[in-house]
Design a protein around this ligand. Structure first.
Ligand code: FES
Ligand code: FE2
Length: 452
């Protein structure tokens, strides 16, 4: 794949680019924010059937889920010997286990007797005992016991070792890969590892919400992979967000979107004042009382950056003062193909999207809030699970983000429904050439693996 970088492109929105804003930063900006990756990836339509064709579900399992590195859980969930996590993907289930030797292993989560899932819930155990007939393995996957062993002359300790998948960790995340030939995790994550600059490992899970959505997993994540929808879906943000001035970059298996904030949307027909920009960024409506009167000459960008530095000092100490305005104010949205979406800097949010078993019409969206801390590591929050009939608004632990997710979730079911109708008269969906770069990059990889 070779596609132009943003600077090489001529199809740009009016208004300052992200790189222009960096030139005005009051601090030194990390070098990697000055770089640009490929963008674009053509203008071809993507077949709408990709979102509901039941034959593609089986192909996705074989060519996507059985080949990629994928985020399974946080390391803290399997920190101690005997800790287990069930990671379900497509119609497969993987069991992460911390061994009594300290090793972290991933087993196919199926009993070698008659196939029952070895475990269906997370939590600590002393051995891996199947609840059906009691075949039992130790925490390293060696066969420990077979009831009525006399009746299984074919069962040998060697043949009944639990099969494993590849497991590796980065940034406090545990990844699994079912393909022995895939590149090592670090090579796969490539440029996404620049997130280490913001210490992803030194975070705890302050909130974890899983929501079942009435759409294909690709429809759901695509709703988050561009800032183009902000003008219509989140109009309350416009005075404080340079939505159309976002920079989109792709490298290898990963992509990045940087959306400047504290700068007005080029979609607005007027120039808001710095006070109006500030109020919008604080989530205030036009009639809400002001939180702060900006001093003369101050910009929303620098005032919010200063406030962020003092807030972050509690967890980062003196390092907080070195944060650039950009790291304090802008949003950095990374993706590792196919479904892992951590935000950068201290935005704290991380998404994962998974199909719901073999059903192409529903999927799971998860939001993790990964917060820095000082002193003793706080315990991770339990998962709040929301069904189809519930809304993100119930997830009070997400704060103001719950409203934004609610606006996003509102669309996706109607997209799924509309796609079935669209194909009656138009075979594909038509992504933008630049602003939907992350989605086009996803499909360049997806179509390559799927062979379609
Ligand atoms: S299926 Fe596991 S012991 Fe029978
Ligand atoms: Fe959104």
């Amino acid at each position: 794949m070779t596609a132009p970088t943003r600077s090489e492109r001529t199809d740009r929105s009016p208004g300052p680019s992200y790189q222009d804003l960096l030139d005005a930063d009051t601090r030194e900006v990390p070098d990697f924010l000055r770089t640009e990756g490929e963008s674009g990836f053509g203008i071809a339509d993507i077949p709408a059937s990709f979102y509901f064709d039941r034959d593609l579900v089986a192909l996705e399992k074989e060519r996507i889920w059985k080949t990629v590195w994928q985020f399974a859980c946080r390391e803290t969930a399997v920190a101690n010997p005997g800790d287990t996590v069930v990671y379900d993907i497509a119609d497969l289930s993987i069991l992460l286990v911390r061994g009594d030797d300290g090793g972290l292993r991933g087993f196919y989560n199926a009993c070698l007797h008659r196939g029952r899932q070895l475990r269906q819930v997370d939590g600590p155990v002393s051995e891996l005992a199947c609840q059906f007939h009691g075949f039992c393995w130790d925490l390293r996957g060696e066969l420990a016991r077979v009831p009525a062993r006399w009746d299984f002359p074919q069962v040998t300790d060697e043949a009944f070792v639990l099969p494993q998948v590849r497991v590796d960790t980065w940034g406090g995340f545990v990844f699994v890969c079912l393909d022995p030939d895939q590149v090592p995790l670090r090579d796969y994550l490539g440029r996404l590892t620049e997130l280490e600059h913001w210490d992803m490992a030194g975070r705890y899970v302050e909130a974890h919400v899983e929501k079942l959505l009435p759409c294909n997993w690709k429809v759901a994540q695509e709703a988050f992979m561009e800032s183009f929808h902000v003008v219509t879906t989140h109009p309350q943000l416009l005075r404080g967000i340079g939505d159309a001035n976002s920079q989109y970059d792709a490298w290898g298996w990963t992509s990045r979107a940087i959306t400047p904030r504290g700068t007005p949307s080029p979609h607005l027909s007027y120039e808001p004042t710095e006070q109006e920009i500030f109020d919008a960024m604080m989530g205030l409506g036009l009639d809400d009382p002001r939180i702060l009167e900006l001093p003369d000459g101050a910009t929303a960008r620098t005032v919010i950056a200063a406030a962020t530095r003092s807030r972050m000092a509690a967890s980062l100490g003196p390092k907080a003062d070195e944060l650039s305005d950009s790291e304090c104010v802008d949003t950095f949205f990374y993706t590792a193909f196919p479904n892992f979406h951590p935000w950068g800097s201290y935005n704290r949010t991380c998404y994962r999207f998974r199909p719901n078993g073999a059903d192409p019409e529903t999927c799971f969206m998860e939001v993790l809030v990964l917060s820095p801390f000082s002193g003793e590591r706080p315990p991770d929050a339990p998962v709040r699970r929301l069904g189809l009939e519930q809304s993100f608004l119930e997830a009070v632990e997400l704060g103001p983000l719950a409203r934004v997710f609610f606006q996003d979730e509102y669309n996706v079911g109607f997209v799924q429904k509309g796609l079935h109708t669209l194909v009656e008269h138009k075979p594909g969906v038509s992504f933008g050439a630049y602003q939907e770069t992350k989605i086009r990059h996803f499909y360049a990889l997806y179509r390559g693996l799927m062979g379609i």
